[in-house]
Design a protein around this ligand. Structure first.
Ligand code: NDP
Ligand code: 2IT
Length: 450
């Protein structure tokens, strides 16, 4: 390993990941994005290469895959596949969400679990990286079907989790209702009330105030720091926020509170657009309370426009916050946004911008906040929920909001500083990757080869 060329080393590791994980394009994409920005770190500190840190990091501690059989409302047995990837617990128990969506497979949970390692490290809290879910589609399922599916899912997953082992939370298709069903089943199986085994719980079940708002608010707090460095602010800016789910709704709410005009949002069916600004309270009512589709917004605002199956990124805006899903913003979308004058993009979702889209933003000097930094507010407040559960106290909304703002600000500062130190000034992707990586890498060396 002595004198090994860092670039060659990184390329070899990436190649090996591709060979050993065939048909896992999302996982490969996440590894490549991280590994390439670490070349200057390996040049400066060959000790990471000598300890095979990157090779060890790209190999999860374990990937658990299991059958989830359950009975639907017609009395018919259904079978889905459940997953939990426990990627890295160098700095704390595995921590990360569960996703219920038909697209869930090993590649998706591994990309999410891998990114989670570095995101969690950036928060400054003692949490490792994990992720999971199932290829179950919660859409059009009754409440009882959701409950039976979730209980069956927990019958297996409960064997592998716990407050000091692995602490799941929500993600796409999993919110407070699903987490509370999991808490119920887990409690029954364990014969003990271990509050800290999940985060994102309902408040009376032991959840934290502000967990629901934290990812979206955090993304806007992070973007606000980006804007400040450009001499700008949210006030008066046109913002597009994709999605209309947990992250998106609270990103919109905070952006509006900061004086921005949110002109468009979407769901998987299409987008709504109003150049005068959307009514976020109504969107909240439609999506959170009534579980309706986004096109139903038009019934209350006939002047707004709904477009089915069209890209939201073709619309003009100053700031774009992709908050829906991976690879939702491609090269064409990025080119159009640039053409229309976008100057800042912050990722509320995980890996929403494709590799080529990011290149377009970078080549056009668009300020870019990567997901593992910009959306870390959700998991950060999850860790605050764990802290409250262990100490049996509850903090106020205001206290948590202050902590969240400080955490997001620290992540921003760390990312800026690391980018500068390693020769990529202004590149928050490189900065976040390097800062997140170094802490975990140093602890892995301290803990020996395991
Ligand atoms: P939700 O399930 O609450 O919402 C997802 C939203 O995205 C829905 O409105 C959904 O529409 C929409 N959507 C899905 N696919 C597309 C698409 N191709 N185009 C447009 N809209 C789409 O999930 P979350 O808000 O929790 O998660 C969103 C993203 O944020 C994910 O990438 C997740 O990993 C990430 N994230 C979530 C965190 C959390 O705490 N929840 C924390 C950090 C990141 P529809 O209803 O039609 O499916
Ligand atoms: O992607 C994410 O950071 C989440 N879905 C939240 C994870 C968590 O444990 O709160």
């Amino acid at each position: 390993m002595e004198g090994k060329d860092a670039k060659k080393y990184v390329n070899e590791v990436i190649e090996k990941v591709r060979e050993r994980n065939p048909n896992e394009p999302e996982f490969y994409q996440a590894v490549e994005e991280l590994a390439e920005s670490l070349i200057p770190v390996f040049e400066k500190y060959p000790v990471y290469m000598e300890n095979a840190i990157l090779e060890r990091m790209v190999e999860p501690d374990r990937l658990i895959m299991f059958r989830v059989a359950w009975i639907d409302d017609e009395g018919c047995p259904q079978v889905n596949r459940g997953y939990r990837v426990q990627f890295n617990n160098a700095i704390g128990p595995y921590k990360g969400g569960l996703r219920f969506d038909p697209s869930v497979n090993a590649s998706i949970v591994k990309f999410l679990g891998f990114e989670q390692i570095f995101k969690n490290s950036l928060t400054g809290q003692a949490i490792g990286g994990g992720k999971g879910g199932a290829d179950f589609d919660p859409k059009n399922r009754s409440d009882m079907e959701i409950m039976r599916f979730t209980q069956s899912f927990m019958n297996e997953l409960s064997k592998y989790i716990g407050p000091n082992v692995d602490v799941p939370a929500g993600d796409i298709g999993v919110g407070g209702r699903e987490i509370d069903y999991m808490v119920g089943q887990y409690k029954r199986l364990r014969g003990a009330f271990e509050k800290g085994a999940f985060t994102g719980k309902g408040i009376d079940v032991g959840g934290s105030l502000m967990r629901k708002e934290s990812t979206g608010y955090g993304t806007v707090y992070f973007a606000q720091r980006m804007l400040e460095d450009l001499g700008k602010q949210f006030e008066g800016q046109r913002v597009i926020v994709s999605g209309a789910g947990k992250v998106s709704i609270y990103a919109m709410e905070k952006a509006v509170e900061f004086g921005a005009k949110v002109v468009a949002c979407s769901d998987s069916g299409g987008y709504i657009y109003d150049e005068n600004g959307l009514d976020v309270e109504l969107i909240k009512q439609l999506k959170e309370v009534e579980q309706k589709r986004i096109y139903e917004y038009i019934d209350s605002y006939p002047n707004a426009r709904y477009e089915a199956e069209k890209s939201i990124w073709m619309l003009p805006c100053d700031i774009a916050l992709p908050c829906a899903t991976q690879n939702e913003l491609d090269e064409d979308g990025a080119k159009k946004l640039v053409e229309n004058g976008v100057y800042a993009v912050a990722e509320g979702a995980n890996m929403p911008c494709s590799h080529d889209a990011i290149a377009v933003f970078q080549n056009n000097k668009v300020a870019f906040g990567p997901g593992k930094a910009a959306n870390a507010g959700g998991v950060a407040v999850s860790a605050l929920e764990m802290a409250q559960n262990s100490s049996r106290v509850s903090w106020s909304f205001e206290a948590i909001d202050n902590m969240l703002q400080e955490i997001m600000s620290n992540i921003y500062d760390k990312s800026v500083a690391a980018a500068k130190e390693y020769g990529s000034e202004g590149n928050l992707i490189a900065g976040a990757n390097i800062a997140g990586f170094k802490k975990v890498a140093d602890v892995m060396i301290a803990q020996g080869v395991i």
